[in-house]
Design a protein around this ligand. Structure first.
Ligand code: URA
Length: 434
């Protein structure tokens, strides 16, 4: 086998064999195949696509480039959830404790913010003392003792993905369904899970902007998981506007705690319960989705889910008092209220613009090596479909660095559009795939 012939084969629209895909992935991970040849192959894949068998072979080659955790000796069904990324999407912090309280074992390998989208690890690190860098042994102990544990991708988990993702980022080859599928699934399959629930976002604030593309990505992710013997389900959910009423890091922890207490915004609670119910159903802890929803809601109503979250925080070295009061979370020093220039109905609240405002304020990264200001955030007083009078608040920006404020304010102001006639709020849960 040689790389040049494999590149030409994909260029000429032929399907690659599993051993050819493995040859390229292994060769690149070992430093034997140069960046320029893998770049050419990635571009050929982006243009000509891959069939299901090729996508599976790529996923498995990337998965086996590193360690695959084995939690089969831990009693119970191990289930995780993965979101393709959004703004204000803090559902992991809510559904993880709900599912764990219901008896699901939840090993989560989570990510950091990417572009305008937030990351679970950055949110958790807003909790004073919370350590996401646990050893695999400690991770296992957390899953066993608490029912949920969350860590970041280590150098030993799917190293091929780490290398290939960095290359895709600078070669215009991110937006490819087979490449996204292999990237996400290689990391998730390394977690030692039996089942996976996917939240595939669609709309202005998502990687996939159209429902059709989101559907194709969901199908590809589900098929790849099924082919390697995992139980899978996927929801396609709206990401035209941020989820919930807050976006940032510490502010999203506070909103997650409120939701676990039964005091969260309706959209966030509905999606968290729905995804947790999918996890409970896939774990075989409820006969159908209706019963699973009931189980999920009971974990909130009885306070058990909040209790699990507090124990999880303590296990990670964090301050569990954040589950009692947001006084224990970092707070921004300054506030600015963005008001409505005229009366009407909110017709647009661009999730990507709000996400970028948070990045600019320091709540996300403009460069890979940037640190995070955990306290900054945006409170959304009005969302799509809401009525607003002239001069009433649309959003509140919470910030620390005055030099970054003007740019962020402009982004939040332009995120909103107000119409003269009533507007329907977007449907949150668009489709379900099994
Ligand atoms: N998230 C990933 O982990 N990989 C992708 O390719 C896109 C989103």
């Amino acid at each position: 086998m040689n790389s040049l012939e494999i590149i030409k084969k994909k260029r000429d629209r032929s399907a690659l064999a599993a051993d050819e895909i493995r040859f390229m992935v292994d060769g690149y991970t070992a430093g034997e195949i140069p960046d320029y040849q893998i770049s050419a192959l990635l571009m050929a894949v982006l243009i000509n696509g891959m069939d299901t068998a090729e996508t599976q072979a790529l996923t498995e080659a990337m998965l086996h480039s590193g360690d695959v955790l084995d939690f089969s000796d831990i009693p119970g069904v191990k289930v995780d959830k993965h979101s393709t990324g959004g703004v204000g999407d803090k559902t992991s912090l809510i559904l993880g404790p709900i599912a764990a309280a219901a008896g699901v074992r939840v090993p989560m390998i989570s990510g950091r913010g990417l572009g305008h989208t937030g990351g679970t690890l950055d949110k958790l690190e807003a909790i004073p003392g919370f350590d996401v860098n646990l050893s695999v042994e400690r991770f296992r102990e957390g899953v066993e003792r608490i029912g949920i544990c969350l860590i970041g991708q280590t150098a030993r988990i799917a190293p091929a993905d780490k290398k290939i993702y960095a290359l895709r980022d600078v070669t215009g080859t991110v937006e490819s369904i087979p490449l996204i599928t292999a990237s996400i699934m290689s990391k998730k399959l390394a977690e030692g899970i039996d089942a996976l629930v996917l939240d595939v976002k669609t709309g202005r604030g998502a990687f996939m902007k159209t429902l059709d593309d989101s559907r194709r990505l969901a199908r590809s992710l589900v098929d790849t998981g099924l082919r390697v013997g995992k139980r899978m389900s996927a929801l396609i959910t709206d990401m035209n506007q941020p989820l919930g009423r807050w976006a940032g890091n510490a502010v999203e922890v506070a909103e997650s705690v409120a939701t676990l207490r039964g005091e969260g915004p309706a959209d966030l609670e509905a999606l968290s319960v729905e995804l947790a119910a999918e996890m409970i159903r896939l774990a075989g802890l409820a006969p159908d989705i209706d019963a699973a929803r009931g189980v999920a809601r009971r974990q909130i109503a009885t306070g058990r889910a909040l209790e699990v979250f507090a124990r999880c925080i303590e296990f990670h070295g964090g301050d569990p008092r954040v589950t009692e009061s947001d006084q224990h979370l970092p707070r921004a020093a300054r506030r600015h209220v963005v008001t409505a220039p005229r009366a009407g109905w909110v017709a647009q609240l661009d999730a990507e613009a709000v996400g970028m405002a948070i990045v600019v304020l320091g709540g996300g990264r403009l460069r890979k090596e940037d640190g995070i200001d955990p306290a900054v955030g945006v409170r959304l007083h009005r969302k799509i479909g809401d009525r607003v009078e002239a001069g009433e608040p649309l959003a509140e920006i919470q910030y620390n660095d005055a030099a970054r404020f003007d740019d962020a304010r402009r982004r939040v102001e332009t995120a909103y559009a107000i119409a003269e006639a009533p507007v329907e709020a977007p449907v949150l849960i668009r489709e379900r795939l099994e």
